[in-house]
Design a protein. Structure first.
Length: 760
């Protein structure tokens, strides 16, 4: 019988490793966001600092392991066999749930997931036990540690509101002190700010955190409790003096120091608080097995009351191994970068454009509208002079003439990054010291949102998108709780009924789902990399720059248009509905990418120097012609899809043959253009333009031919409608392509003439 449970332990060990990997992929955003978003340090340095924090923090987790053992359910009410089923169900559910959120790029709470998974599995086992013994369901609450569970859930919910409020308050005060002229203000307020920030971080992390470590004696913990004010005072004086010395004499940016210390501290707090979410359950299972083997009783008779003993200590080597796996995952996980990108997008200082990840919804519109009204009311109440003085503190200095590519620009400055790290570290460390598994995701995310709100990063152009993003993420957290509870309930019941056979099937299912998720994510990233138009990310300040940098993107876009046009014509000939649907999706994707470029025209023009304004006109016209080409092809795909989807009559052979003739001529044209733009052979554009009348005449003749068919042999109005639609849109496609070529020809000639005049 023991062999079955040894297999379960091995399975739990493997699941623990996988859970650490998917969990860190989601939670890495918590301690990387501020440092990466502010560009305070090179990425490699940030990763090294975070790795050290994780390794140290993993040793502070012992005080939190009680949550997995007895924080949610009452172990004395369950047998060893039932407890093992609960633990297996929790791990299987946790891995699948977190991987889904990672693939979507959404930060979710590993704490909420583990708490509600334990709750769901324990409730299921409690109901099964009650029903099998013929007792009343009214005794179900006795199986759950309701007081502790309520304390944990309420602590998590309150931390969301408190984190946003405190983050906003501290950021507002910090911005009033620093303004956006940070370098000028560092000499006067840098020392005090550094003293407050670093002393707060060091006290709550290195002092409070040490209380959770297994190697700290009871006497040391007692002394710390009795001398907290003394420690805070000494720490504040020391760090303030050191910060002022670093600023005044060594000319070191104290904000960068705070970000280094804060990143280390927050990574430490993450590991100390969240390691229980990944290995708490497997360690509890291992300890349960030790109690069971020592008892000599049957697995369905031995009750697990010993799990509630607080003197039970997690093996040190388990914590060390888990910390090493967390560090490895941090360096290798691509999904972690995906989640980081989501949070930085919602908190970045830059506003406007069309790069917002989330679409507005009813709630976000209502919230923004309410805040606008509230702001108008405050403007009416506050004295005008005070408003002007406050607004000046938030004025941004003129941008430097040295332009950076969009991906090299910080999402926000180091003041906000320091506030995020300081406030989040304090809140999480308080929770850790009180043995409350606060959600690090909830706390760090809401602190970041509160600080970005207070920093006026959410203006009228971006607020509705940012608020929608926050609502979507918070909504995802509630979904996490519901799905975690329900799935763990179902999985535990299946494992209870199916026993070892169900376990084998579940493990195979987990492996298959993770493999599919990994392949799907790889495919998505590959498509994103291949299809992404990057003209708006390049520092371009002249017509030559626009022509050179845009030519390769135009070649790619035209190649995609050519591919989808041919695909649509072939699909309409074969009545292939699925192929038409795929073409529509691809064209919509291309159109969205191009629309993103058009949305950033404002920023492109702002980056131009005074001598290169003509480049903006060229840039806008280029995007306009490309958009017209994509819209024409997209309309052809939509008309063809609707025709086939409605089961209308097929196009006749003669009509298909005529459309293939147009397709062939367009292929020849697009192949020539793709080669021309790929190699920047703008001087050969005129050769292609000499054949433009042949193309337009071909379409005109086919339109005339169809008119004759209608008067003689054509019997289907739907066929004629589709056929004319394809021809008219093909004509627009040709004209837009010709217009793009003529634009490049004219500007190429104009640029060369200007260059010649300057040289002469």
């Amino acid at each position: 019988m023991e062999q079955i449970f040894i297999v379960m332990l091995i399975a739990l060990g493997v699941l623990a490793i996988i859970d650490i990997m998917v969990g860190v992929s989601n939670d890495a955003v918590n301690f990387l966001n501020s440092a990466i978003g502010s560009k305070a340090l090179p990425l490699k340095a940030i990763m090294i600092i975070a790795s050290l924090g994780i390794l140290v923090g993993s040793l502070f987790s012992e005080g939190m392991m009680e949550i997995a053992r007895s924080g949610i359910f009452v172990p004395s009410m369950f047998t060893f066999e039932e407890v093992m089923v609960i633990f297996l169900a929790v791990m299987i559910t946790d891995i699948l749930l977190l991987d889904v959120f990672n693939s979507l790029g959404l930060p979710t709470s590993t704490t909420v997931s583990i708490v509600f998974e334990l709750l769901g599995a324990a409730v299921c086992m409690g109901i099964v036990k009650i029903v099998s013994t013929g007792q009343s369901l009214s005794i179900l609450p006795s199986f759950i540690n309701t007081d502790k569970a309520t304390e944990i859930v309420s602590g998590i919910l309150l931390s969301v509101l408190f984190a946003f409020t405190l983050g906003a308050f501290v950021q507002y005060i910090s911005r009033l002190a620093f303004t956006f002229n940070i370098d000028k203000k560092l000499q006067s307020v840098g020392g005090i700010f550094g003293g407050v920030a670093i002393s707060a971080i060091s006290f709550f992390i290195l002092i409070k955190g040490l209380k959770g470590a297994s190697f700290i004696s009871d006497n040391a913990s007692t002394w710390i409790d009795q001398n907290q004010l003394l420690l805070v005072g000494i720490s504040f004086v020391f760090w303030t003096i050191l910060s002022q010395l670093l600023v005044s004499f060594f000319k070191i940016n104290i904000l960068r120091v705070i970000i280094v210390v804060g990143t280390f501290a927050l990574a430490l707090a993450f590991a100390g608080n969240d390691l229980v979410n990944f290995i708490g359950v497997p360690i509890a299972a291992f300890q349960s097995f030790e109690f069971f083997t020592a008892s000599g009783m049957a697995p369905d008779k031995f009750m697990m009351g010993q799990l509630a003993d607080n003197s039970v200590v997690a093996p040190f080597y388990f914590l060390a191994i888990a910390g090493a796996i967390m560090v490895y995952t941090l360096w290798t996980s691509k999904k972690a970068h995906n989640v980081v990108e989501t949070e930085m997008n919602l908190s970045r200082q830059e506003t406007g454009g069309t790069d917002e990840l989330f679409a507005p919804n009813v709630f976000s519109k209502a919230v923004v509208r309410s805040m606008v009204v509230l702001g108008m009311g405050m403007n009416y109440v506050l004295p005008k002079g005070l408003q002007i003085r406050l607004d000046k503190r938030f004025e941004k200095p003129e941008q430097s003439k040295v332009k950076l590519a969009k991906e090299d620009q910080p999402a926000f400055d180091m003041v906000r990054a320091s506030v995020n790290l300081m406030v989040a570290s304090i809140l999480i460390s308080i929770g850790t010291s009180l043995q409350l598994p606060l959600s690090t995701t909830y706390v760090t995310f809401m602190v970041a949102m509160g600080s970005s709100f207070a920093d006026r990063a959410w203006d009228r152009d971006s607020a509705v998108y940012r608020v929608a993003g926050v609502i979507n993420v918070i909504g995802g957290w509630f979904v996490t709780a519901i799905v975690a509870f329900t799935t763990a309930f179902i999985v535990s019941y299946i494992l209870r009924v199916g026993e070892i056979y169900a376990l084998v099937v579940m493990l195979i299912l987990v492996a298959l789902l993770l493999y599919r998720s990994h392949k799907a994510f790889q495919k998505k990233e590959k498509e994103k990399k291949e299809s992404e138009l990057s003209l708006n990310r390049v520092d371009i300040n002249s017509i030559q720059g626009v022509m050179s940098e845009s030519s390769s993107q135009i070649a790619k876009t035209i190649a995609k248009v050519q591919e989808q046009y041919t695909s649509v014509i072939d699909a309409i000939a074969l009545q292939d509905l699925k192929k038409l649907q795929r073409s529509r999706k691809k064209l919509k994707k291309i159109e969205k990418e191009l629309d993103s470029l058009r949305g950033n025209v404002y920023f492109f023009i702002k980056n131009l120097d005074d001598t290169s304004v003509e480049a903006s006109k060229f840039y806008i016209l280029t995007l306009g012609f490309l958009q017209d080409m994509i819209k024409a092809t997209n309309f052809i795909a939509l008309s063809s899809f609707n025709h086939v989807d409605n089961n209308h009559k097929k196009l006749k052979f003669n009509q298909i043959r005529d459309l293939k003739l147009v397709d062939q001529k367009l292929q020849d044209l697009f192949n020539n253009i793709t080669e021309l733009f790929s190699q920047d052979k703008f001087n050969e554009i005129q050769t292609i333009l000499e054949n433009k009348e042949s193309l337009t005449n071909t379409v005109d003749k086919l339109i005339q031919k169809q008119i004759v068919r209608i008067r003689t042999t054509e019997t289907s109005a739907k066929n004629s409608k589709l056929y004319f639609s394809i021809l008219f849109e093909s004509d627009d496609l040709i004209k837009s392509t010709i217009g793009l070529l003529e634009l490049f020809r004219d500007f190429d000639i104009e640029t060369k003439n200007k260059t010649f005049k300057r040289m002469s």
